[in-house]
Design a protein around this ligand. Structure first.
Ligand SMILES: [Zn+2]
Length: 216
């Protein structure tokens, strides 16, 4: 399917996406973000995963403006990450428009590197986050194509590849197992501790998905 740039956090979903893209695309780039996240340790895992997957290049983008915000539990200096599943309509770990910012950066890099696909690992369990929903992904893809000189010149569209959009986490875990993803080298904890805290919502979802994937 040509070239792709994969948004890689270092977690199990984006790692599975990376391995899937290695199978589906001829040239794979990875892109990670340093945005003042509490769990910055994930970048170490992303780097190792990108190396193991043998990507063409692993790009690291700095997103400094999130350091101005203290409202999200996922950002350094924000409120604590709660233990257990979230009860609020929008999780306290929501980072304002994070995927819009990330996809905009990915889009500009895609244009620079003449890459026509951008892969993102949003999935069915992410839907409480407004910027993980299908309508958001479709809208960003339209905006990207409307604003890209690369698209204008190549007469070819940039596509956002989000194959997990309607998949549950256990299905991603099963796919990852089939693709040989080294899950032990992925990191998902929002607390940012090593070893992972085991009690935040992301740790719980990860444990459950990996357990169910092993059972069936
Ligand atoms: Zn955790």
């Amino acid at each position: 399917m040509g070239k792709v740039i994969v948004l890689l956090s270092g977690g199990m979903d984006s790692a599975t996406l990376l391995w899937l893209c290695k199978r589906e695309f001829t040239e794979v780039y990875a892109l990670s973000f340093d945005y003042g996240q509490r769990h910055k340790v994930e970048l170490k895992y992303a780097k190792e995963l990108a190396k193991l997957a043998g990507v063409k290049e692993h790009l690291l983008a700095e997103v400094p403006h999130y350091r101005l915000m203290k409202s999200s539990a996922l950002l350094e200096g924000g409120p604590d990450v709660p233990a257990g599943e979230y009860t609020q309509e929008v999780p306290p770990t929501n980072v304002p428009m994070r995927n819009l910012v990330f996809l905009a950066i990915a889009g500009s890099l895609a244009e620079n590197y003449e890459i026509d696909h951008i892969a993102i690992g949003v999935h069915a369990l992410d839907t409480p986050y407004p910027d993980c929903r299908a309508e958001f992904i479709t809208a960003v893809e339209s905006a990207m194509n409307a604003g890209s000189a690369f698209v204008l010149k190549q007469k070819k569209r940039i596509q956002i590849y989000a194959p997990f959009l309607h998949m549950r986490k256990v299905e991603i875990a099963k796919l990852g197992k089939k693709l040989g993803v080294p899950f032990e080298k992925t990191y998902s904890c929002y607390m940012g501790t090593e070893p992972p805290c085991g009690v935040c919502a992301t740790c719980l979802q990860r444990q459950q998905a990996l357990r169910e994937a092993t059972q069936s």
